[in-house]
Design a protein around this ligand. Structure first.
Ligand SMILES: [Zn+2]
Length: 440
């Protein structure tokens, strides 16, 4: 007999994209709901009153005055950079050479990589992130360490070995051939091992030869359901350098495109300076962008044109990325708040529901995982978070009124985006099991 569990609280998730559909048709809010889980999967979500009799006698965990949402999805982050968060004073290329490359060197040692992977994953859970697309380092040991720790926690996680064969210190480079062999071995061992998935991960066009980019494409041909994960059009100096390295190409995206890397399972981080033609090409290829506002602000990279990606003519899949360690927070609540501010600086408006869609179902769609995660549809994996809208004295004061309408809910979740943090996450559940609980 399968064992049923149930959770009683308020629930918020998305059943449609609020950038295109009316918010009333996209947002599902149940003020007093019951979420029923069977074997780690969602069995049913509905009103407590209407489901109570049907599930009489099963164990119910109650979270009064809390808000339960699907776990957050981080579509771009680097686990080896955890210890380099908040490194002062540089923009992208200088920052990489001064802080990041020396840090990533340490990840050739499995034990060290495993220690940092554990800290990193605990930090994700503490911030309510239940799925992430993660850069490891160039060393296969770093990927082994990451997947070992993600597997112990039963997380749905995606990662891959960084491929980089030029314009980086010798201690951090591979070759086209070794990057092919090592990636292939890691794919065969880890892709679809439990909930884990693999991403072919060339760092960016600057650090890969044409030969290596082609090898990455060959891996995508040989293993059609793995991902491509890289950086794109983040910083002005970076784009100029790409232009020098690839003078025969028509812009940054074209470098990846001619190598065969622009596909429907390709996720490109940043895209801050994309042209209209590049947005159109990403739309046509059904590729995705990871929008990383805290990172773009921290490195002074620029302001992402979200409204171009979410246009009706050329819609591009978009998720939110924290991009730690250039990003300044593991919290997707805070990242959503910074996305709002980036929109403000561009005279655009990002609604709280749109932002939280990007952090949940939008991220799942960006990763092609909307059949498994992202909301509370029956049959999906029961990764969810319990949010405390009164987690600090300030939030308790600000959110002292009860929430009944959707407008009041929007106002409440907006306060969490703007002044919330990891403290706002009261508990995180993976496959219906408690994986993190805030203790004070
Ligand atoms: Zn990054």
């Amino acid at each position: 007999m399968s064992k049923l569990k149930a959770f009683r609280s308020s629930f918020l998730d998305f059943t449609n994209d609020p950038f295109y559909a009316n918010e009333l048709e996209s947002v599902r809010y149940i003020a007093d709901g019951l979420l029923v889980i069977e074997n780690g999967l969602v069995k049913e979500l509905g009103d407590y009153e209407s489901l109570q009799a049907k599930y009489a006698g099963i164990e119910i965990a109650s979270y009064p005055e809390m808000l339960i949402m699907p776990g957050f999805i981080d579509t771009h982050i680097h686990f080896p950079q955890t210890e380099a968060i908040a490194s002062y004073g540089e923009q992208l290329l200088e920052w990489l050479h001064k802080y990041i490359f020396p840090t990533e060197r340490k990840f050739q040692e499995f034990a060290y990589a495993q220690k940092i992977a554990a800290i990193f994953l605990d930090e994700l859970l503490k911030n309510g992130t239940t799925t992430a697309l993660v850069f490891a380092a160039v060393f296969p040991e770093s990927v082994e360490a990451f997947f070992t720790e993600a597997s112990r926690r039963k997380l749905r996680a995606i990662s891959g070995k960084v491929m980089m064969d030029r314009n980086a210190p010798d201690y951090l480079t591979d070759t086209a051939e070794t990057s092919y062999q090592q990636s292939k071995q890691l794919i065969e061992k880890w892709h679809k091992n439990g909930r884990l998935l693999y991403a072919v991960t060339p760092r960016f066009a600057i650090t890969s030869s044409v030969e290596q980019l082609r090898v990455a494409s060959q891996l995508l041909d040989e293993f059609p359901d793995v991902y491509l994960h890289t950086h794109l059009s983040e910083n002005i100096d970076e784009i100029a350098f790409v232009g020098q390295l690839f003078p025969e190409n028509e812009g940054y995206l074209d470098v990846y495109d001619r190598a065969g890397l622009v596909r429907n399972r390709s996720i490109f981080a940043h895209g801050v300076h994309l042209t209209d033609a590049e947005f159109a090409r990403l739309s046509e290829a059904e590729s995705a962008i990871a929008f990383c506002p805290t990172s773009n602000l921290f490195l002074g990279s620029g302001l992402f044109k979200l409204e171009k990606a979410k246009s009706k003519e050329h819609p591009v899949k978009v998720g939110l990325g924290t991009d730690v360690g250039a990003g300044t927070s593991f919290s997707l609540l805070q990242t959503a708040g910074e996305a709002y501010k980036v929109a403000q600086l561009r005279k655009q408006k990002l609604s709280p529901f749109q932002a939280l869609f990007l952090a949940t179902l939008g991220g799942a769609r960006a990763l092609g995982l909307e059949d498994k995660i992202g909301n509370f549809e029956a049959g999906k994996e029961a990764d969810f978070i319990v949010i405390d809208p009164k987690s600090t004295e300030l939030l308790a004061f600000r959110n002292s009124e009860a929430t009944t309408t959707l407008e009041e809910l929007a106002a409440k979740v907006f306060t969490l985006m703007v002044v919330g943090s990891d403290r706002s996450i009261c508990a995180t559940y993976i496959l219906g099991n408690l994986a993190y609980e805030r203790l004070n």
